[in-house]
Design a binder for this molecule. Structure first.
Ligand code: PLP
Length: 430
């Protein structure tokens, strides 16, 4: 496969950007080779600058549930853009997306738009602190919430309960305000709340942890997290940046029937343009400026063009049978892969929910990040290189999940399944 142009463009990009990229996982550090520069993409198919063709399961890391360059979203965006791109003033487009989201989600009474998932989480954490007057946050190891200072934190060593920063530049004094607990460990959570709830503003969790493999939790675990929040007077923030509009119109909150105090969104609600949002109970949201004392603002917040893309995206999600059809498509791919893995007895499994799937190099259930064997990532590297050579594009890390869009037809999914099965054979036999 010819990669001349991508390789040259990446060399050029290194002169401009640290590591040649504008977001680190794009740099292919966890897989073989250099990143591909993408020229265009339509539906489920993506082309790089050397005109190689790929069936794409990265889908821009999740936003593109309706596929690349969806014609309906594109038309709507073009129509809005005729009137100008940004006014820094309210527009009907913000009202429309806000109204639709609030109508579709019983847990969303008030919402505020921002421009990324990180910004949504950062603002929700500030609001939780401002509302409760408490400063500590509990997060779970293996959940990613964007590059928010307070959440770039890992568990401290030894018996220390308080976190230590996982990125240079995050002051230890701030990291100490975050407590990190393992997923699926209710006892540790309860013990921590018993000891520290007077200082804890909120628990934040990805209800569908999908940024470090796909660490699906039991519904009971999530229900207990909610109960512990009530018992200890702590807010629950569900980070639905990936799961929102991915596992259903009402996201993971609706899927698991777990009531959050605050929710964060991103990805699908922008339809491919930069949109994030946080929201939840009206009483808590009333503490945000200008109604309340928690400051939050944004030059491009509720940008009309981005609002239009988002509204069109979630309107397509709201069509009858949309999520059933997504699930059926995804299970078609997953069942093909599972059948092959079973028949060959490989040490692998496919984890899936809605239209998300993850290739796990283990047969046992993995519900927390410690259960992922880092050595298995060598197998993913081999598989990734094979798939790229044979026209299937997965996110360039074994910790990333794959996404199926409504543009992935059965023919495309069956073709991809065949290539992935061959790639798995190649990975285990070479
Ligand atoms: C992607 C993601 C974020 C960060 O969103 P950005 O738009 O990349 O800033 C936060 N939380 C979760 C759960 C995500 O998947």
């Amino acid at each position: 496969m010819n990669r001349t142009r991508s390789t040259a463009l990446f060399e050029e990009a290194k002169q401009y950007f640290p590591g040649g990229v504008n977001s680190p996982v794009r740099a292919f550090k966890s897989v073989h080779g250099a990143p591909l520069f993408i020229k265009n993409a339509h539906g489920a198919i993506m082309y790089d600058e050397d005109d190689n063709e790929f069936i794409d399961f990265c889908c821009s890391w999740g936003p593109l549930i309706h596929g690349h360059n969806n014609p309906i979203i594109k038309e709507a965006v073009i129509k809005t853009i005729q009137n100008g791109m940004s006014f820094g003033a309210p527009t009907v487009h913000g009202n429309m997306l806000g109204a639709a989201m609030i109508e579709q989600n019983r847990y969303l009474e008030k919402v505020r738009f921002v421009s990324s998932g990180t910004e949504a989480v950062m603002s929700a954490v500030r609001l939780a602190r401002g509302y409760t007057g408490k400063s500590k946050i509990i997060k779970f190891d293996g959940c990613y919430h964007g590059h928010v200072d307070s959440l770039m934190v890992k568990a401290g060593s030894g018996l220390a309960t308080f976190g230590t920063s996982s990125s240079a530049g995050v002051p230890e004094s701030l990291a100490k305000e975050t407590i990190v607990i393992n997923l699926n460990d209710l006892q540790a959570l309860e013990d921590t709340l018993v000891a520290h709830s007077a200082d804890i503003a909120a628990i934040i969790i990805e209800p569908v942890p999908a940024n470090n493999g796909l660490l699906l939790q039991d519904q009971n675990f999530l229900i207990w997290v909610r109960k512990l929040c009530d018992d200890h007077d702590v807010l629950l923030i569900l980070d639905e940046v990936i799961s929102g509009y991915r596992v259903g119109l009402e996201g993971a909150a609706g899927y698991y029937s777990v009531e959050p105090d605050l929710l964060t969104f991103g990805k699908i609600i922008g339809g491919g343009l930069p949109v994030g949002a946080f929201g939840g109970k009206a009483d808590i949201m009333g503490h945000i400026s200008p109604d309340g004392p928690v400051y939050q603002a944004g030059t491009l917040s509720a940008n009309p063009v981005a609002m239009t893309a988002g509204l069109t995206s979630i309107e397509l999600c709201a069509k009858d049978g949309f999520y059933e059809s997504q699930k059926i498509k995804t299970m078609r791919l997953v069942n093909n892969l599972r059948g092959h893995i079973e028949s060959k007895g490989y040490e692998m499994s496919i984890v899936t929910i809605g239209s998300i799937f993850w290739l796990a190099f283990s047969k046992s259930r993995i519900a927390s990040s410690q259960e992922i064997d880092p050595a298995s990532m060598e197998l993913f590297k081999k598989l990734h290189a094979y798939l790229l050579d044979h026209g299937v594009y997965l996110g360039p890390s074994g910790y990333e999940v794959g996404f199926v869009s409504s543009a992935h037809t059965n023919i495309i999914l069956d073709k991809a399944a065949q290539i992935i099965c061959d790639g798995i054979d190649h990975t285990f036999t070479n």
